[in-house]
Ligand binder design. Structure first.
Ligand SMILES: [Zn+2]
Length: 462
């Protein structure tokens, strides 16, 4: 522990200028944030013309029914325009809030609220919770119209929306309620660790965050998701038999196999698994079951189990711990830095003894460019994992010595095409746009790779 502590102190010393120098942090944050937004807008302008192509890529010709390709292009165009406008709108709002001292105002407002209940500012944790909820609430209101437009105009126009206005409102209220019920105690413990552990908070906070993440793995499917969707055991039949047999052969610890009523909100489709190492749940969207044949859904699951086989979720979790650790290791330099708070319009009194939550929030804003770079890296890793999982599905025949799995690659290809076509997903993709935004390779890339994997397999067997 002491080695860790000494290393962390060395990092702090090299960043000590943060606590002394009057740097115009607000200006930097504005520049950073606008750079990211403008870059994202630029990417949309690169991607946008591709929606005017009149023919699908060669590999996909013949897979679209009449009019389907045109529909997917029109959907892509509308989504791109919406993303362009809403990106700039959100950034303008954020920018205005930043410029006119909204954060400092929220802290004051939380203090006044506290005073009404007879608490003084010495109750920093309670004031922090009030602060975060004021921030969250006030800043989420102006973006509500965007959500309404996205669901009831855009998705509706292209035939995906199944959400009723009543469902929309109840979802929103449930979301806020959960954010409060989970968020308030989380924040309280998070801040308490700083008070209690002082400068040695890093290992304790890491331990707390990991515990929280693991408990969410249990709580999300059992408590939270059922509030929004109905999960019912997948009915007996061909599909169930296939998936259970596959799980047995791969020694996948399948505990529950569910069908989820994703169609309640949208006709987009999917499948996924989750759970603790010894007890896994598989969830399949009813829309996927309706759109694809059982042997094709089996291939989608073969791909998903490839993620499990190669420990992809565990690896991603490890990377995310490293990410959290880096953030926490850099934070102390920003924790006791009055000039930082002054730069964001906080009063002298507040800046003199910076509240942890305020410092953390401002620190997060300063990290924006770093986070953008990390997200590009994570997408690249995720795309690599997708290749591996596709390859896994193709190689199942030899891995399990099952002759009738020889066509798994073809089945997966068919399922992917159906998913894409039914979801009207984009088929023409700009490389830079894709590198920045996509966690999955494009459909044509995946089909080409599936063919490549099959070719390799044929060569090996002759
Ligand atoms: Zn995948």
């Amino acid at each position: 522990m002491d080695i860790l502590h000494n290393q962390l102190q060395a990092v702090q010393r090299s960043l000590s200028f943060v606590s002394t120098d009057p740097i115009d942090w607000k200006f930097y944050v504005q520049v950073f944030a606008w750079s990211v937004t403008l870059f994202e807008s630029y990417l949309i302008t690169r991607q946008y013309p591709l929606y005017s192509k009149t023919e699908p890529p060669k590999a996909l010709q013949g897979h679209f029914e009449k009019g389907e390709f045109e529909k997917s292009q029109a959907y892509g165009k509308d989504k791109a325009r919406f993303a362009f406008v809403s990106g700039l709108y959100k950034q303008t709002l954020d920018s205005l809030m930043l410029q006119f001292g909204f954060y400092a105002w929220s802290w004051q407002a939380a203090g006044s609220l506290l005073a009404k209940f007879g608490y003084g500012t010495e109750h920093q944790i309670i004031q922090s919770i009030g602060f975060v909820f004021i921030l969250f609430f006030v800043s989420s209101l102006p973006t509500l119209p965007l959500q309404v437009y996205g669901t009831f105009v855009l998705e509706e126009k292209h035939g995906f929306n199944k959400t009723t206005p009543k469902l929309f409102v109840t979802d929103l209220l449930k979301g806020w309620a959960i954010a409060f019920v989970l968020g308030a105690p989380f924040l309280a413990v998070f801040l308490y660790i700083f008070e209690w552990a002082g400068d040695r908070f890093v290992p304790w906070l890491m331990a707390f965050m990991i515990t929280f993440q693991l408990s969410m793995v249990i709580l999300y499917p059992t408590v939270i998701q059922p509030l929004f969707n109905k999960l019912s055991p997948l009915s007996e039949g061909d599909l169930r038999n296939r998936i259970e047999a596959l799980a047995v052969k791969l020694k996948f610890p399948l505990k529950h196999l569910y069908e989820i009523d994703g169609s309640k909100r949208s006709s987009h489709s999917n499948a996924y698994f989750f759970g603790l190492p010894w007890s896994k749940h598989i969830v399949i969207f009813d829309t996927l079951i309706q759109q694809s044949k059982p042997e094709e859904v089996e291939a989608v699951l073969a791909h998903e189990l490839g993620h499990w086989y190669y420990l992809h979720p565990t690896k991603l979790m490890a990377v995310s711990q490293l990410h959290i650790f880096t953030i926490l290791a850099l934070f102390p330099a920003f924790l006791h830095a009055p000039p930082l708070l002054s730069a964001f319009d906080f009063s002298k009194g507040v800046a003199a003894a910076p509240p942890t939550i305020v410092a953390f929030l401002l620190f997060q804003m300063i990290l924006t460019p770093l986070e953008a770079v990390i997200s590009i890296g994570m997408n690249a890793v995720s795309r690599q994992f997708e290749w591996e999982a596709d390859k896994f599905a193709v190689e199942l025949e030899e891995k399990l010595n099952e002759k009738d799995m020889g066509d798994m690659g073809d089945r997966l290809g068919k399922a992917l095409i159906t998913l894409h076509v039914k979801n009207l997903s984009t088929v023409w993709v700009d490389w830079l746009y894709s590198a920045y935004h996509h966690s999955h390779p494009t459909l044509t890339e995946r089909l080409r790779a599936l063919e490549g994997f099959a070719e390799e397999k044929r060569k090996k067997s002759t």
